[in-house]
Every structure is written in structure tokens, then in C-alpha cells.
Design a binder for this molecule. Structure first.
Ligand code: F6R
Length: 654
């Protein structure tokens, strides 16, 4: 068992040293059919080797566990186990699990199969978990199980036989391969000599367990998304999936569908860019097109222009969302549309709220998932609740989904991850099709979420005659969106230079109004999460109610003032800020001569292409994403690995 604090590279170095200590070389092999590994998100106790996984039952390692999730009743279990004479090494919630395995095992009148033992253990656990468990009392076996935290099983057939041992190597026949970010056991060979076959195939089978698809896609595309209360037993070259029921505590063998990942390995590579965040920012012209593909008639023409003789052109839908068609009448009858999300996904909902209200005339409520749960916000069966999540696995959003489902409301997913928990557990939904997002800071998912929710608003208003003209304007905007994004990306050099001027600042404010309040919030989130510069998104309508006190000639303020219905008001805001000698950077449209005259060369302008105002925030956020990217590099930080953050937040507060 090898543990290290810090980057995975540090673990690799330590492992190399350990290999030397054990007098092993890369050509030698160890006898092992299963290995487990884990990178830890610190929930209990600081990040350090002692708190890192795997955790063990005792110094003899009878049971060894890695865990993703949070065990909420760990204190009670810990106290109980202490009274039974157990001692604890770490501050984690996880350590109770191997100790509980050992405790229950030692009290068995006669041995029971490994999955049955694990089933007895997990019945004692409250909270969320995805677990991988190995045991010296069940040699060569591995048990994995989940509830509330994601876990997938990947399988690869046709694995070659192990290289025969060379005479001068120890009698341990295989090199363990701890691959990428897999948290599972990579190689399955019987006695370490030959590839194991499963029941259906004489080919060697290699199995992978991981918390998300990007960790296994380079090895296999054949996966099973495990369900809550599933227990996978890997043994004798095959795997069996059981599911245990809370109701009668029985555990039965189940069949799960093997799915083929649509993700490509290239999606998880940097493809010529220096960072994932950079790649994903620059991909956005393509990713917004992907979101629209097959759903919007991508012709920038109004319906009259492509009318078929004899058919009312307005009866030809220009937007079609296959995942929602059967539910449109129910959604239209809703009392409220509630949008639930966290962080950037919440901002995407915030940005599209006005379009949704404008086109549907249904009240739209925005909810931060954790806050909705904290308040036990009333939800009714005639509400429709949208769950917006890039990963589809965010624990807070998932808990909110459980809560909303219990109220009988229609629950709709807007996710980027096919097969994710939110995609599976909602009644229906749409995928934003932005492709795997690897950078911790969400960029392309945000712009695709805005495009996707806008399409939902368009579909919901399809039969409203009074909205036809407006709908067509927005659809034409969708058709122009990729080009406008491309135009905004050309500002990269200007933004890099601007970042040089700003890199040593302590703080950056971003003002926006209407839909661009979301742009301000999202820009500030990007800046703070990767560059660690304090940044705050402010609704310009609130400026006089407090924030104005901060304004002086030093604090940099980005003002988003593109030509939408807020333009006049934003001009007023700029005038007031100019009157106080504020240090402004103004995001405006390319041909906004009024703005150029008003500013008179006093302040830098970031001039972006103009598109329909419902979609203008997609274009406006691009230079601000670039700003956060360049600020981070210039301040000397790793843009893809911001401290204390994880890509998918699959844990929630206790
Ligand atoms: C910010 C960011 C986070 C996520 C949030 C929700 O750049 O990535 O704020 O947006 O954790 O994640 P998802 O969308 O996966 O539910």
C-alpha cells in the first residue's frame, strides 16, 4: 500500500522508490489479480498520507477499502468499534468500513461469500458511498458497491496472456497496472498465469471500476453504470452484479445493460493546447454547434423564406428536442418552472431565466441545490423542475432531485454526461452534447447549457402565435452563434495583454444587468476559482445600494454593456462610474459607436460580435473566460488544477 500527499506524480515517484526497495524491476511481476487506487477529496481530516485511501482493518490488512462519498453516521460507528477494542489511525469517515468488515467477519459462525459480508457492512452505513474492497481472507476477489456516489464497471475482452516469467524473477507473475485515475482493479488473471475467461467468452477479461467514464475510456468503451445498492463481485475471472433491497434486506443477482461510451479518447487529451481549460474555451464555436445539431434547423432564415407551398410555415417546427417531446404539454401546464443547479450550472439557468419567462409566460424560479435542501423549499406536483449539471453527478443536485421527485413534480435533466446519475434518475431531459469537459473550471458546458435551455424555451413556446416573431429572432441568433463565438475568441491577444495589467491586483469587480448579471457572476467565479484573485459579480441595478462605496481610481471594474434592452441603463451606470474616476474595462459590441464616443478612449473596450440578446451572454463570457485563464497563468498557478477543487463534487455536507 503506497500513499502520498500532493499530485499523482508524487505518488508515481514514491511508487518507483518502493519498487526499488522491494527489489522489483519493470520486467518482474507480482502475483495479483486486482489492485485498487484512489485520489482523495478531503472531507474529514486534512490532506495527508495518513488520511489517504486505502484504509485498512488493521496492520495485517485483512480488509482494504477505498471510498468516494461521505459516511454520515461514522462517529457512532467509530465509538462502537472503539468500545470493541479497535483503534483508528486516521481522521476519516472511511476507516470505519474496513474495521466493520473485520468486526462482522470475526463474529460469523461460519464463512459467508465476500459480497454477502459487504452487504451486511453497507447496511450499517448511512450517507453516500462508492466502495472498492479487497481482503486477504478472500484472496483474488474484489467487491465494489455504491449508493449515492457514481461507479462504473468497464470490461475489456481479448486481453493477452501474461508474459511468461523469466527464470530469475520472483514467483510473482504479473506487474500490477494502476492506470490513470481508475479507482478499480485493472488486471484479471487466474493465478497470475493466464488470462481469466468469463462465463460467456473464452477471451481474457480485464475489468475496470471508476467513478467516471473518462478514467476508463482509453482502455474500453464497454461499461455498466451501476445502480444504487448494486454490489459487484469479481472472482474467478468473471463478475456478478447483485442488488440488495432496503425493504427486505435480500440481495439478488441482477442483469445490467452494457453500454458503449460515445466519448472518444481525443476528448480527454489536450490536443495541441497547453491546458484543458484553454482547449475547452477554444472549442466553444464547435461545442455550441454540437448542442444545436439535429435540433435546430441551422439556416439563418425566417420561416417564410423556406415555406413549402400549402403548408403554414409556422407549423414547421424549427427546434425539436427528442428527449422532451412527450412531456411538452405537461411542462406547459406547470404552475412554476424551477431550475436547480450549483456554481456555473446555476449561472446558466440564471442567464436563461428571462428568455424562459418571456417565451413561456410561466414563472421561473432559480434554486441553488444546497439552499433548496437547506430550506426544504416547497415543491408541488404541478411544478416542473429542471436539474442543470455538467457532470450529472453533483451530490447536492442529486439530493435535490430525490427531494423534488418525492413531491411528485416532473423532473427534467439538462446534463452533459450520458449515463450520469441525473440523466438516469430524471423523468426525461436533454444532453447538451458539449463533449467531455476535463478542465475543473467549467467553460464550454456553460455556453452549451445556455444554448440548450434556450432551445427548451423555444420548444415550449412553439404553439404561441404571439411569440412567433420573437422565437424566430432567437432561432436565427442560434444559427449565428458559432460564428459570433469564433469572433469573440479572436480577442485572445488583447485579453492576454490586458491580463498583464491586471495580474497583480487584489480584486476585480464585474458589473452586469439583466441576462448579463449571470455573465458578471460567472466571470467572477472563473476569475476567483482559477486565478485566486478576489472577484465579485454585481448586479449593476444594485450599484447604488452599496457597491458604489468600493469604487475608486484603483479597483478594476469590468462592466458588461452590450446592446440589449439594458443598454441605456448600463450607459447610465458607466457614466456614474466615470464620474467617480473608476478604473473601467468595458465589454461592448463591435459596432457600438455610442459607447466609443462616450468613453472617448479613456478606458479599454472589449468589443464582441453582436447576436440576439437572448444569446449575447454566450459571446460575452468568452473574453472573460480568457481573462481568467491568462490571469491564472501570469500569476503562476496551474489553471487545470485549482487548489481545493474537484471536477465533480460528488460529496455533500453531512
Ligand atoms: C465552476 C464549476 C462549478 C460547477 C459546479 C456544478 O467552474 O465548474 O461551479 O459548475 O460544481 O457542477 P455540475 O455542473 O457538474 O453539476
Amino acid at each position: 500500500m503506497i500513499k502520498a500527499k500532493g499530485k499523482v506524480d508524487d505518488l508515481v515517484k514514491l511508487t518507483t522508490e518502493e519498487v526499488k526497495n522491494f527489489n522489483l524491476s519493470g520486467h518482474q511481476t507480482v502475483k495479483s489479480a486486482a489492485g485498487i487506487a484512489h485520489t482523495r477529496w478531503a472531507t474529514h481530516g486534512p490532506p495527508c498520507a495518513r488520511n489517504s485511501h486505502p484504509h485498512v482493518s488493521s496492520a495485517d490488512h485483512e480488509f482494504v477499502v477505498v471510498h468516494n462519498g461521505t459516511i454520515t453516521n461514522f462517529r457512532a460507528l467509530r465509538e462502537f468499534l472503539k468500545k470493541e477494542g479497535e483503534t483508528f489511525e486516521s481522521e476519516t469517515d472511511t476507516e470505519v468500513i474496513p474495521k466493520l468488515c473485520k468486526f462482522l467477519y470475526s463474529r460469523l459462525p461460519e464463512p459467508i461469500p465476500f459480497p454477502q459480508l459487504v452487504c451486511e457492512v453497507v447496511k450499517q452505513l448511512e450517507g453516500a458511498y462508492a466502495l472498492l474492497i479487497k481482503s486477504s481472507v478472500y484472496p483474488g476477489e474484489l467487491v465494489a458497491c455504491r449508493r449515492g456516489s457514481p461507479l462504473i464497471l468497464g470490461m475489456k475482452y481479448g486481453v493477452q496472456a501474461a508474459t511468461p516469467q523469466t527464470p530469475n524473477t520472483p514467483s510473482t507473475p504479473l506487474t500490477p497496472r494502476f492506470q490513470g485515475t481508475c479507482v478499480g482493479g485493472p488486471q484479471y488473471y487466474e493465478n497470475g498465469q493466464m488470462p481469466i475467461t468469463n462465463n460467456n467468452s473464452q477471451q481474457g477479461l480485464e475489468l475496470f471500476l471508476a467513478s467516471e467514464a473518462s478514467a476508463v475510456v482509453e482502455h474500453t468503451k464497454q461499461v455498466i453504470y451501476l445502480e444504487d445498492n448494486d454490489i459487484v463481485h469479481m472472482h474467478g475471472g468473471q463478475y456478478t452484479v447483485y442488488n440488495w433491497s432496503d425493504v427486505d434486506s435480500a440481495s439478488v443477482e441482477v442483469r445490467r445493460t452494457i453500454q458503449t461510451l460515445t466519448m472518444e479518447v481525443s476528448q480527454i487529451m489536450k490536443g495541441g493546447y497547453n491546458h484543458y481549460m484553454e482547449k475547452e474555451i477554444f472549442e466553444q464555436a464547435e461545442t455550441v454547434s454540437q448542442t444545436l445539431q439535429g435540433r435546430v434547423k441551422v439556416t439563418p432564415l425566417s420561416p417564410m423564406k423556406y415555406a413549402v407551398p400549402g403548408i403554414d410555415p409556422y407549423l414547421m417546427p424549427r427546434v425539436r428536442l427528442g428527449g422532451l417531446v412527450d412531456h411538452i404539454p405537461t411542462i406547459r401546464r406547470s404552475r412554476r418552472l424551477i431550475f436547480v443547479g450549483c456554481g456555473t450550472s446555476y449561472h446558466a439557468a440564471m442567464c436563461t431565466r428571462q428568455t424562459m419567462e418571456e417565451l413561456t409566460d410561466i414563472p421561473v424560479v432559480l434554486e441553488i441545490a444546497s439552499d433548496l435542501l437547506d430550506r426544504r423549499c416547497p415543491i408541488f406536483r404541478d411544478d416542473t423542475v429542471f436539474f442543470v449539471s455538467q457532470s450529472g453527478e453533483t451530490a447536492d443536485t442529486l439530493r435535490a432531485l430525490d427531494y423534488a421527485k418525492a413531491s411528485g413534480a416532473l423532473c427534467i435533466g439538462v446534463t452533459n454526461t450520458v449515463g450520469s446519475a441525473i440523466a438516469r434518475q430524471t423523468h426525461c431531459g436533454i444532453h447538451i452534447n458539449a463533449g467531455a469537459e476535463i478542465g475543473v473550471a467549467s467553460t464550454k458546458a456553460y455556453t452549451s447549457q445556455i444554448a440548450a435551455i434556450t432551445m427548451i424555451a423555444l420548444v415550449l413556446s412553439e404553439d404561441t402565435i404571439s411569440k412567433r416573431v420573437r422565437r424566430d429572432e432567437i432561432i436565427d441568433g442560434l444559427c449565428q452563434l458559432a460564428d459570433c463565438v469564433r469572433g469573440a475568441l479572436k480577442l485572445n491577444d488583447q485579453i492576454r495583454e490586458m491580463s498583464e495589467e491586471l495580474k497583480d491586483e487584489q480584486s476585480l469587480l464585474v458589473f452586469g444587468r439583466g441576462r448579463n448579471y449571470a455573465t458578471a457572476m460567472e466571470a467572477a467565479l472563473k476569475v476567483k476559482e482559477v486565478s485566486y484573485m478576489h472577484s465579485e459579480g454585481i448586479n449593476a441595478g444594485e450599484m447604488k445600494h452599496g457597491p458604489l462605496a468600493l469604487v475608486d481610481d484603483k479597483l478594476p471594474i469590468v462592466v458588461v454593456a452590450t446592446q440589449d434592452t439594458m443598454h441605456n441603463k448600463m450607459q447610465g451606470v458607466i457614466q456614474q462610474l466615470m464620474a467617480r474616476s473608476a478604473r473601467l474595462i468595458i465589454v461592448c459590441n463591435e459596432e457600438d459607436e455610442e459607447m466609443v464616443d462616450m468613453v472617448g478612449g479613456r478606458y479599454p473596450l472589449i468589443q464582441v460580435p453582436r447576436v440576439d440578446e437572448a444569446l449575447q451572454p454566450v459571446v460575452n463570457i468568452i473574453p472573460l473566460q480568457l481573462l481568467s485563464y491568462h490571469l491564472t497563468l501570469l500569476r503562476g498557478y496551474n489553471v487545470d488544477q485549482p487548489r481545493n477543487l474537484a471536477k465533480s463534487v460528488t460529496v455533500t455536507e453531512e
